[in-house]
Design a protein around this ligand. Structure first.
Ligand code: ADP
Length: 239
């Protein structure tokens, strides 16, 4: 099967710091892959380059065979890539539904009016916020903010979803709900790249993991193997 997302020799420097050093990997359609590594290893920078939020200094990003490397986020979104952010940053003056509605415009097939509202309602229901579209975003508790963030990403009707620590900060029962939700997406065939520190979630969701350390890819393979790899354990624990 051809790759849905193909990252080749991605490179990024910030001044003298090489944050991402010639990183390559790909995701097949429907795969859920973990992107792991200690803090500062370059995971978010990779996500930012895939989604177009940061320009690359080298390398390429291909989605469904099309080169999206130099495109801005709204254009990458139209190629079927959506992401969630670690810190949920809704527009506070808009309602929950209006925040989700904004994403519909970034879909590959934008919709307006009732058709757009139908997407919003469907995504709010999917994440567990049915009937709460008229609430102020400032009323939402932490897990509901996470749900709204997911609904916003899904409203762009992506084929590839980039989840940047979407499960972080949830309590154990909320974590179960969050994992279930991602498993539902998995069941629908969504291709997912998951940056995540919670190993319970990685084990439950990811068939395969890629591990970064100090900007480089240091391991890649089936999750069970990678998580026991001494090189990976050393990278997490330090010397
Ligand atoms: P991770 O997501 O794995 O924690 P990041 O991608 O956030 O790692 O960061 C990788 C490295 O790049 C870190 O050393 C970080 O301090 C640095 N970095 C990230 N963003 C910037 C930026 N905008 N300017 C300067 N340095 C940055």
């Amino acid at each position: 099967m051809s790759a849905q997302l193909e990252i080749s020799n991605l490179h990024k420097r910030f001044g003298g710091l090489v944050a991402v050093k010639s990183v390559s990997f790909d995701l097949k359609p429907g795969e859920v892959v973990g992107l792991l590594g200690p803090n500062g290893s370059g995971k978010t920078t990779v996500m930012n380059m895939i989604s177009g939020a940061l320009p690359c200094d080298g390398g390429s990003v291909r989605v469904g065979g099309k080169d999206v490397t130099a495109l801005k986020p709204h254009k990458v979104s139209k190629h079927g890539v959506a992401r969630t952010f670690q810190l949920v940053r809704p527009l506070p003056t808009l309602t929950v539904g209006e925040n989700v509605l904004l994403s519909v415009a970034y879909s590959r097939k934008p919709k307006w009016g009732r058709a757009a509202q139908a997407i919003v309602d469907e995504k709010l229901e999917f994440v567990g916020l049915a009937g709460r579209g008229d609430e102020k975003v400032t009323n939402l508790n932490y897990i509901d903010q996470k749900r709204m963030e997911m609904a916003r990403a899904l409203a762009a009707e992506p084929e590839i979803l980039l989840l940047d620590e979407w499960l972080a900060g949830l309590n154990p029962s909320e974590l179960r709900i969050g994992i279930d939700l991602v498993q539902h997406l998995q069941g629908q065939g969504m291709t997912i790249l998951l940056v995540e520190h919670i190993m319970e979630a990685v084990r439950a969701l990811c068939s395969r993991c890629i591990v970064m350390s100090a900007g480089e890819k240091i391991a890649e393979g089936p999750s069970a193997e990678v998580l026991q790899d001494p090189v990976v354990i050393k990278a997490y624990l330090g010397d």
